[in-house]
Write a protein that binds this ligand. Structure first.
Ligand code: KIV
Ligand code: ZN
Length: 510
């Protein structure tokens, strides 16, 4: 059976989501999880865009050995050289070149005629081919390009050695039938050994539908992101495409090489590290995706699950919230349960998770799979240096008193303490932290949600801050929501210091 190649661009196009920005450590953490999900290609970044991007591609290339690692470049020599340098230690490197081909881009963005576009595309693929074999070419805004010219460009770059042709619906303008027809036209007119890839944006909400239509018409690589994050309305969502192909296998007749039981974990991780929440009704990974509210539905599911469920939540790794472990459970039981949930950790990480597990078990009698996933996720988060760490806080609040907070924070061996009043307990807390770290972040977003069930649920707080013009995000989880608020804020501030130090290094030319 044919197999579809999953090209994940969460770390590149996904990171282009407004408000999202990932440090290279976070990108590596996501890349490791994408490798567990078993994606075929990871697009790790656009190295010419920034030093951070180049570092991330370098790091992912060095550490991740399973999937192909791809880096994006415009059709320019400096872009290509920078991308190739970043890919140096990749075992299976790929260069992804792009150049706009549509009339509107030719005329207004590039001021170039058709023959110049063909010449540049040819020259740059030929140039890159001297250094790398695996080249993918994207005629940007392909779906608004004249189809005969699109074919001409594709043939030219194939001639020069491009192996994958990606046909982006850059502005999310396509509709499924038309896009399918375009892919069929290209498939029929290009050599069989050339892989046709699709890359759809979601401006009209059709990214997944368009991708599936393309697959039905001969595309064999699909470019997508976790949770569908990306420029503007986002990219086609990996989990939705994957589960369409799995659940409707007889219709699509195509194999998916992913370990779909890693989908939920991947979604959670991407959401926490980017600070972009998943809407509750999002297909596959939304909180409500497998919840049944109406009495008739609940009754049906109890009698026979498949009456209202077309896939089992286990297929995408959503844990069933059964009581699994308690205060007296041992390390071995914890390890086994984590493995069942698809989390494999080394002894060091296990010790840390176990320590947190014991602390949580003192506060919360019943620890379920969701709790465990939250603990595991926190422990496998990238370590951010320098680390400000919450040591202690004390809040005074109530209807007849002005809220105040005292906070103690550790940085290495040093302890800092300060206090502040505020409009509310969280405001007082954040003001006290600001005094300690000597910053005035703008709180762009503050979100709180219960991540596990029951009154003693763990609360998750996600904050997005703008610090000195830099966007950062942080997450904190605790059974105490004020503590979760403090941790998320401090994590975001730590991220700011990492970004700042990367910028400084670049300035010094290192
Ligand atoms: O949307 C787009 O056209 C892109 C290309 C760079 C592939 O992201
Ligand atoms: Zn794109």
């Amino acid at each position: 059976m044919d197999r579809i190649i999953f090209f994940d661009t969460t770390l590149r196009d996904g990171e282009q989501s407004p408000g999202a920005s990932l440090t290279s450590g976070s990108k590596l953490t996501i890349a490791k999880q994408l490798a567990r999900l078993n994606v075929d290609v990871i697009e790790a970044g656009f190295p010419i865009a920034s030093q951070d991007d180049a570092n991330a591609v370098r790091l992912v290339s060095k550490e991740i050995k399973g999937p192909v690692i791809s880096a994006l470049a415009r059709c320019m020599v400096l872009d290509i050289e920078t991308a190739l340098r970043s890919l140096e230690s990749a075992k299976k490197p790929r260069l992804h070149l792009f150049l706009a081909t549509s009339e509107i881009h030719r005329k207004y963005k590039l001021s170039k005629a058709k023959d110049e576009i063909i010449r540049i595309a040819r020259d740059m693929v030929r140039f890159a081919k001297k250094f790398i074999d695996d080249i993918e070419f994207s005629p940007e805004d392909a779906t608004r390009t004249e189809s005969d010219f699109l074919l001409e460009v594709c043939k030219a770059v194939v001639d020069e050695g491009a192996k994958t042709l990606n046909i982006p619906d850059t502005v999310g303008y396509a509709v499924p039938e038309e896009y399918g027809t375009l892919i069929r036209f290209l498939r029929d007119n290009l050599p069989e050994n050339i892989i046709i890839s699709v890359h759809c944006h979601n401006d009209l909400g059709l990214a997944v539908a368009n991708s599936l239509s393309a697959i039905k018409n001969g595309a064999r690589q699909v470019e997508c992101t976790i949770n569908g994050i990306g420029e503007r309305a986002g990219n086609a969502s990996l989990e939705e495409i994957a589960m369409n192909l799995v659940v409707r296998k007889k219709y699509y007749n195509i194999d998916v090489g992913l370990d779909t039981s890693q989908i939920y974990r991947t979604s959670k991780l991407v959401s926490s590290l980017t600070g972009i929440p998943v809407q509750p009704n999002k297909a596959i990974v939304g909180d409500n995706a497998f919840r049944h509210e109406a009495g008739i539905h609940q009754d049906g599911v109890i009698k026979y699950r498949r009456t209202y469920e077309i896939m089992h939540p286990r297929m995408v790794g959503i844990p069933e919230s059964t009581l699994v472990l308690g205060k007296h459970s041992g390390r071995h039981a914890l390890k086994l349960r984590l493995e069942t949930l698809g989390v494999s950790v080394d002894e060091n990480a296990l010790s840390k998770i176990f320590e947190q597990f014991k602390k949580l078990a003192d506060k919360k009698k019943e620890i379920n799979d969701l709790d465990l996933l939250v603990l595991a996720e926190q422990e496998t988060m990238p370590v951010v240096e320098p680390v400000y760490k919450l040591e202690y806080f004390h809040i005074v609040s109530g209807t007849s008193t002005l809220p105040s907070a005292t906070v103690r924070i550790r940085k290495g061996d040093r302890i800092f303490e300060d206090a502040s009043l505020g409009d509310g307990p969280v405001d007082a807390l954040y003001r006290a932290i600001d005094r300690i770290v000597k910053l005035s972040p703008k709180l762009a977003e503050y979100r709180i949600s219960a991540v596990t069930g029951g009154k003693d649920a763990q609360g998750e707080v996600m904050v997005s801050l703008v610090v000195d013009g830099v966007n950062v995000a942080g997450k904190g989880v605790s059974t105490d929501i004020i503590e979760a608020s403090a941790i998320s804020y401090i994590n975001a501030i730590n991220q700011y210091f990492v970004k700042k130090s990367i910028r400084k290094k670049r300035y010094r030319g290192t």
